[in-house]
Design a protein around this ligand. Structure first.
Ligand code: 13P
Length: 246
């Protein structure tokens, strides 16, 4: 059983509409029970649902975040984009940056670095995603890939208080496969050791589900989980949280 303050972050990706709001009732009820001993639930729905989720969570302690943002702190002529200040303005407290699904779409370390700086300046907490592909893993490049992503993604960022690093091996996302616990422990330790001053909070993401959480929760250095598919099912999401504490 863990006694640690844990973060459970639901990444809904490009799923969900207004009809998904009812599915949150169970989670709201659960969040008000005493079963979450120490910890926080955070939902990152698509932009279109942020305001509805914010309203829905008005009387409970569930927080909201976005799945990405534009790199500019200033407002400007950028059709179709949303800057971090706009997110803060509508009640979001978190933003996911550097998700591998966006890196695949062309986000570079440099752009990610700009986004992180701008989001931190907007007083958002940043969930910065890093992770290696299967080919990189097979070629024993995991450490060098993570190192590069951290070095350039966090270039000239000195205050880690509002920073989370989500280690999400790309090959584990949506596949049902996760690294071995020993492997994960080593990688998480490796990430932590790269920080000389304040260590950011560290999350794991990639196929987290109610079955594998029993093993994942034994990793002492973790501060929580970034959950994709399973987070859209309230029963599974609640189960993951419950099992982390039991
Ligand atoms: P899955 O939990 O669906 O593997 O997704 C993980 C993820 O990408 C969270 O950001």
């Amino acid at each position: 059983m863990t006694n640690k303050y844990m973060y459970f972050i639901a990444n809904w990706k490009m799923y969900g509409g207004l009809n998904s709001l009812n599915s949150l009732n169970k989670v709201i009820k659960f969040s008000k029970s005493r079963e979450i001993k120490k910890g926080r639930l955070i939902y990152c729905p698509p932009y279109t649902l942020l305001n509805s989720f914010f309203t829905k969570f008005k009387n409970c302690l569930i927080d909201i975040g976005a799945q990405n943002c534009h790199q500019n702190y200033e407002y400007g002529p950028h059709t179709g984009y949303i800057n971090p200040r706009m997110l803060k303005n509508i009640g979001a407290n978190y933003v996911i940056i550097g998700h591998s699904e966006n890196r695949t779409n062309g986000e570079t370390d440099k752009l990610i670095n700009k986004k992180i700086k701008s989001a931190l300046r907007s007083k958002l907490k940043v969930i910065f995603c890093i992770g290696e592909t299967l080919a990189e893993k097979k070629n024993k490049k995991t450490k060098s890939v993570l190192l590069k992503q951290i070095k350039f993604g966090l270039n000239k960022i000195n205050n880690n208080s509002n920073l989370f690093i989500a280690y999400e091996p790309v090959w584990s996302i949506g596949t049902g496969r996760i690294p071995s616990i020993k492997e994960l422990e080593q990688t998480i330790r490796f990430i932590k050791n790269k920080f000389k001053k304040k260590i950011p909070k560290i999350l794991y993401g990639g196929s987290v589900n109610p079955r594998n959480i029993k093993d994942l929760k034994t990793i002492k250095d973790l501060d929580g989980f970034l959950i994709g598919g399973a987070s859209q099912n309230p029963k599974k999401f609640i189960d993951i949280v419950k099992k982390t504490y039991n």
